[in-house]
Design a protein around this ligand. Structure first.
Ligand SMILES: Nc1ncnc2c1ncn2[C@@H]1O[C@H](COP(=O)(O)OP(=O)(O)OP(=O)(O)O)[C@@H](O)[C@H]1O
Ligand SMILES: [Mg+2]
Length: 273
């Protein structure tokens, strides 16, 4: 994949600075031939996946089809057995193995999970600043400045001193998004972050993602069953089946009735549930 480095990584997609419009240009993710097996089953069976900067990609598929595994591989949390991965022009993996350049690419990726992962005994500010300060050695003032900015971006600035146990589920997920924003990611991976929330609260959390895309130029890959959000806000819908991407299309193409019968029945099932 080295030959792709100069073509995939534009300076703008790569840079934490610049305007939202500048940051949302170019190919941000290029994955080729990702493979990962669990218990002799090919969970990722040669996945090719790409994302443009500043786009929202919704990933759907049946339980166990490999959606979370793909996100975890992109975030560097699960090791693939094979495949090449380039993020914002940095070749992160070659033949499944991390390259010397991996940290530059992985640093641009943030991830938010389904379950609330905030420290219950800390307030919101400490939840956001703990890892940057202790792990990365960021100064208190820089970490607090970033936390204030990140909380503003998710509409939670007024809760900066709140204890995380006092927050509602939707508020906790917005703080979890803010925590991921602390490292100024260009790509935010969200794994069923609203599935424990009531629909109106889920819609509020998802609207934060659309705003981050529009105002900050952040690309989002989101695993969700929320077809209302997918049809309104997604630039692309990716359907996973048997360890591969079976359909990669616009929401219009999917909801107008795509040719893949498995996807049609999946969309009907989740829309009716
Ligand atoms: N760490 C692991 N150890 C063993 N098996 C795993 C591991 N992670 C994932 N798997 C298996 O890989 C398959 C795909 O899992 P994955 O979590 O990616 O699916 P998913 O599409 O996210 O499903 P869901 O919609 O239920 O979240 C499943 O059969 C799962 O049991
Ligand atoms: Mg999953």
């Amino acid at each position: 994949m080295t030959e792709q480095r100069n073509t995939t990584g534009t300076a703008t997609a790569n840079s934490p600075d610049g305007t939202a419009a500048e940051r949302s240009q170019g190919e941000l993710v290029a994955a080729r031939g990702l493979r990962r097996t669990f218990n002799d089953s090919p969970v990722l069976d040669g996945v090719d996946f790409s994302m443009q900067a500043g786009q929202i990609t919704v990933i759907i598929g049946r339980s166990g089809s490999g959606k979370s595994t793909l996100l975890r591989v992109l975030a560097g949390l699960t090791e693939p057995e094979d495949g090449d991965l380039t993020i914002a022009g940095h070749l992160v993996r070659k033949g499944g193995v991390r390259t010397d350049d991996y940290a530059k690419g992985e640093a641009l990726v943030g991830m938010v999970f389904q379950s609330y992962t905030l420290w219950p005994h800390m307030n919101v500010l400490d939840n956001l600043t703990l890892a940057p300060r202790k792990v990365l050695g960021m100064s208190r003032s820089e970490a607090e400045d970033r936390a204030a900015t990140a909380l503003g971006e998710v509409g939670m600035a007024h809760h900066i001193r709140s204890r995380s146990t006092g927050l509602s589920g939707g508020e906790r997920q917005r703080v979890a998004i803010a925590r991921a924003l602390m490292m100024r990611p260009r790509l935010l991976l969200c794994d069923e972050i609203t599935s424990a929330l009531d629909p109106p609260v889920a819609a509020e959390v998802l609207s934060v993602l659309a705003r981050l895309k529009n105002e900050e130029g952040i690309a989002v890959a989101l695993v969700t069953h929320d077809m209302a959000f997918a049809s309104k806000a997604a630039d692309r819908l990716v359907f996973f089946s048997q360890g591969r991407i079976a359909v990669d299309a616009t929401p219009e193409q999917v909801f107008r009735g795509c040719e893949n019968a498995e996807l049609r029945s999946f969309v009907e099932a989740v829309t009716l549930s």
